[in-house]
Write a protein that binds this ligand. Structure first.
Ligand SMILES: *Cc1c(COP(=O)(O)O)cnc(C)c1O
Length: 446
């Protein structure tokens, strides 16, 4: 029970952080107050008055003295970061902890599918299975979206064929103009677009789709907007960079992972929902677990909001981390890794032996070693790919570094994902130096 209340409190805080919050929150504030007194009474009883005083919300907690990162608590935030247009304020947000982005993306598309079938055909998918016309339903996302969008479509009975990929611009963000075109085309073809998945932090490049533009298109075309912020969601903790996520609050649902840039042990993620009413599509009542009478009596139960039944108490990890580290210090760690990425990208750009693929928006940098020449009889592309594969495996076998690899524009690339705030520029510099030496040696026939 205490776990349920603490999870709900964390979810409320996350919804506020994401910009989800209604102005007419009398009921929620009351619920929040009681959950907080519970937390203070139990987990938080050792807090000093000063610590409590420093926890008066994100704006005051950073202005004053006495708000050192170590004493900053989970902010008791009820003020939304971004004020929403009036029409959206009626909805009350909610959410649930999940095993990660995979499950959160699945849940977003499940609710989207079922709401669409209900509103279009008065068809209850949970009871009846898929509607006969479901094979015409379409989900749109960028070509840089996570593979779990396709995986979810497959698991939801729509098939991978239901996923339509929209091309990206030079910075790997979905192109709204092509999205519009595609939507028109789909409608002309008699197909049924029902959901749009935006990505805030693509896995390879950390690119953030133009969220406000996509939200406007989603609203115009009556699409469920799910924003996959599994990687990028942590930017919300940073005062400097949270602006990159402007428009996040316009999504119907959001995926955010805490086992990535929130530095939590695996597994820990959340699914946030702008209108908690939409959870009705997955609500299951079991007499022995969460009987209807309990609901009427207001007994909270998270089973009705999860695709899992028994779950680990993952909210506790995040709660404890935020209490001990504080949002401020979390934000500073993230800011630091973004700076480090900028510095590392500059090193790569200055070095003729490397090609930098992206100016990092977050802390992912994609680059490759560029051979000075190509042996006779080899294609320059193949040769480049081979050298980069061998540079990577040598760095690994020598114990220097584990670089990720990816494919883009038909080429093989190396990748830094600089999440660790203890990594310094001198470290990435050493790795690059070493990578170059290995490349040169290989070219010289070594
Ligand atoms: C990591 C990631 C996922 C998958 O999340 P898991 O936590 O591994 O289930 C989905 N989308 C994006 C953008 C990711 O970075």
């Amino acid at each position: 029970m205490a776990g349920t209340l603490l999870e709900q409190r964390m979810i409320r805080w996350l919804c506020g952080l994401a910009g989800y919050a209604s102005e007419t929150e009398g009921e929620d504030c009351a619920a929040s107050a009681s959950a907080e007194s519970l937390a203070h009474g139990a987990a938080g009883s050792a807090l000093s008055g000063q610590e409590r005083a420093s926890a008066q919300g994100r704006h005051s907690d950073r202005s004053g003295e006495g708000s050192s990162p170590s004493t900053e608590l989970l902010p008791h935030e009820t003020t939304p970061r971004v004020r929403q247009p009036d029409s959206l304020n009626a909805a009350k947000p909610d959410g649930v902890f999940t095993s990660g982005g995979t499950q959160s993306n699945y849940m977003g598309l499940l609710l989207a599918r079922d709401r669409f079938c209900m509103s279009r055909w008065h068809w209850n998918v949970r009871e009846l299975g898929l509607h006969p016309a479901a094979s015409r339903m379409r989900v749109l996302c960028s070509e840089a979206a996570h593979f779990t969008v396709k995986q979810s479509a497959a698991q939801l009975g729509l098939g991978e064929q239901a996923v339509v990929s929209i091309p990206v611009d030079s910075q790997h963000r979905m192109r709204p103009d092509l999205l519009e075109q595609q939507l028109t085309q789909l409608r002309d073809d008699g197909l049924l677009p029902f959901a749009l998945v935006a990505t805030a932090g693509t896995t390879d490049f950390g690119s953030i789709d133009p969220l406000p533009e996509l939200a406007a298109i989603a609203r115009r075309h009556d699409l469920w907007l799910h924003t996959d912020a599994a990687y990028g969601g942590a930017l919300l903790l940073s005062d400097k960079h949270a602006g990159l996520l402007a428009g996040l609050d316009l999504a119907d649902s959001i995926a955010v992972d805490f086992h990535k840039m929130f530095y939590q042990p695996i597994s820990c993620g959340a699914f946030l929902l702008r209108d908690r009413h939409d959870f009705r599509f997955m609500r299951q009542l079991a007499d022995y677990l969460n009987p209807a009478e309990d609901e009427e009596d207001g007994v909270p139960n998270l089973v009705t909001k999860s695709v899992q039944t028994t779950r680990r108490f993952d909210a506790l990890k995040l709660y404890i981390s935020l209490q001990h580290i504080g949002r401020l210090a979390f934000g500073e760690m993230i800011d630091y890794t973004l700076e480090l990425a900028g510095g590392t990208a500059a090193l790569i750009r200055q070095e003729p032996a490397f090609e930098l693929m992206n100016e990092p928006v977050m802390n992912a940098i994609v680059f490759r070693y560029v051979p000075a020449s190509c042996p006779v009889g080899r294609s320059p592309e193949e040769w480049s790919d081979e050298l980069n594969v061998r540079i990577r495996s040598t760095l690994l076998s020598e114990g220097t570094a584990v670089l990720a690899r990816t494919k883009a524009n038909g080429r093989l690339w190396l990748k830094f994902t600089l999440l660790n705030p203890r990594t310094e520029l001198k470290h990435t510099k050493q790795i690059l130096q070493k990578a170059k030496e290995i490349g040169k040696a290989l070219e010289a026939g070594g």
